[in-house]
Design a protein around this ligand. Structure first.
Ligand SMILES: Cc1cc2nc3c(=O)[nH]c(=O)nc-3n(C[C@H](O)[C@H](O)[C@H](O)COP(=O)(O)O)c2cc1C
Length: 389
């Protein structure tokens, strides 16, 4: 049979540490350590553990040229796990691994970015429970558990060239009122016009430039690497007057919402899972999934060392624009990267080779009571007496 290695794989030497009484009895540190090779291949769903023989054999196959192997070789201890695990692929193989590998070859991911993206996605993670169990929920707990952090700035004393502080204007006041919102008012639906204004400002397109029939550059309020604007905004409407709750795709040029026909129930459980069980964000009136079409950016920046960074930075620009638009409208906003990407990808029906999820933002009316902490030391949003401890 003819085989070749999958397009992208990184082999990672791992160590699994477990508590072991025998080690203690022998005067050791009470831990057992298991070393293993793990193959991280983004066309597969999970890491594949490899023995030393298989790990060494993997490096002997080309990802581009086919190699003919015998049936005996295919069944050997070195090659059988590679074939079974989807790391070595047969010519003409009809499997999900082979199809995903073919698509990955066509997408121009930088290999390290592809591995990083694929293996940093969560499923069923409860970020709140994790923080509680790690004892890093509050500032004083963090200090106790983690010790002293690096200083809050690279240089903390006065500089050699003191700069005169400039008088503030309305824009400074707006910046001052931008405070991540963790207290939404569930009793007050958001008017549709406010949703419309928010989407228009943060994600809308005001003009476009065409080069021929199929190369279109949209103009938006945020910068975008290569002007390609790869990030789509999927809108989860939870509490908006005049708009049925559910999942929509925002169309930037048409300024319209297209309902997404999802196989997932877009209910409270789904929203909680989206935001890693952070109930303070699940209460938002509207949540927005920032979902890049990576292949749009990688069309220009092929196997480029910076292209994933470029897309990730664009998410930050969108989020800050959303924050400031919300602040200007008298609303609260948030962003979180502590998200369960995998159920979101399924709900959105994404092709996870070309598309993905980087973060979830949201906005809505801020509650009058602060139940979950917000960071407003200058009291721009909350009167000091109302601030949660
Ligand atoms: C990329 C990113 C991810 C964040 N993720 C979370 C999160 O998971 N949960 C949360 O409560 N806040 C999250 N935040 C908000 C920060 O905690 C917040 O920005 C920070 O405490 C400073 O407060 P401020 O935004 O009110 O100035 C995130 C912020 C950024 C920029």
């Amino acid at each position: 049979m003819d085989v070749r290695r999958c397009m992208i794989v990184v082999v990672h030497p791992t160590e699994q540490i477990e508590f072991a009484v025998e080690s203690l009895l022998r005067g050791g540190d009470g831990l057992s350590r298991t070393l293993a090779w793990q193959a991280l291949a983004p066309h597969l769903d999970a890491p594949v553990s490899l023995g030393a023989e298989a790990q060494a054999a993997l490096g002997t196959f080309s990802p581009s040229a086919w190699t003919t192997i015998s049936a005996d070789e295919a069944g050997s201890a070195a090659l059988a796990p590679l074939l079974a695990g989807g790391l070595l692929l047969q010519r003409g193989q009809d499997s999900e691994a082979a199809r995903r590998d073919e698509r990955l070859r066509a997408t121009h991911w930088h290999p390290l970015a592809a591995v990083m993206h694929a293996f940093s996605r969560w499923e069923d993670v409860d970020a709140v429970r994790n923080m509680r169990e790690s004892q890093i929920e509050t500032a004083s707990q963090m200090r106790r558990t983690l010790g002293a952090p690096p200083p809050h700035a690279a240089v903390v004393d006065g500089g050699s060239f003191p700069l005169a502080r400039q008088p503030g204007n309305e824009f400074d006041a707006l910046l001052g009122r931008r405070v991540t919102c963790r207290n939404f008012d569930a009793d007050r639906p958001l008017p549709l016009a406010m949703l419309s204004q928010m989407l228009q400002r943060a994600f809308g397109s005001s003009a476009c430039q065409r080069e021929g029939d199929d190369l279109v550059f949209l103009k938006k309020n945020v910068p975008s690497g290569g002007g390609l604007h790869p990030i789509e905004a999927y809108v989860v409407v939870c509490n908006v007057d005049g708009l049925p709750s559910g999942l929509y795709l925002y169309q930037a040029q048409a300024h319209a919402l297209k309902p997404v026909d999802s196989s997932t129930d877009i209910d409270r459980d789904f929203v909680m899972s989206m935001v890693g069980q952070q109930h303070w964000f699940a209460d938002a009136h509207v949540l927005v999934v920032l979902a890049p079409r990576f292949n749009r950016t990688y069309w220009k920046y092929r196997q480029h060392a910076k292209s994933y960074r470029v897309v990730a930075m664009e998410a930050g620009h969108l989020s800050q624009t959303l924050y400031l638009s919300a602040t200007d409208a008298g609303l609260g906003a948030f962003i979180t990267a502590a998200i369960n990407e995998k159920p979101i990808e399924r709900a959105l029906g994404l092709d996870t080779i070309n598309e993905g999820v980087l973060a979830v933002c949201g906005f809505g009316w801020r509650d009058s009571q602060m139940t979950t902490s917000e960071l407003d030391p200058a009291g721009h949003v909350w009167h000091p007496a109302a601030q949660a401890g």
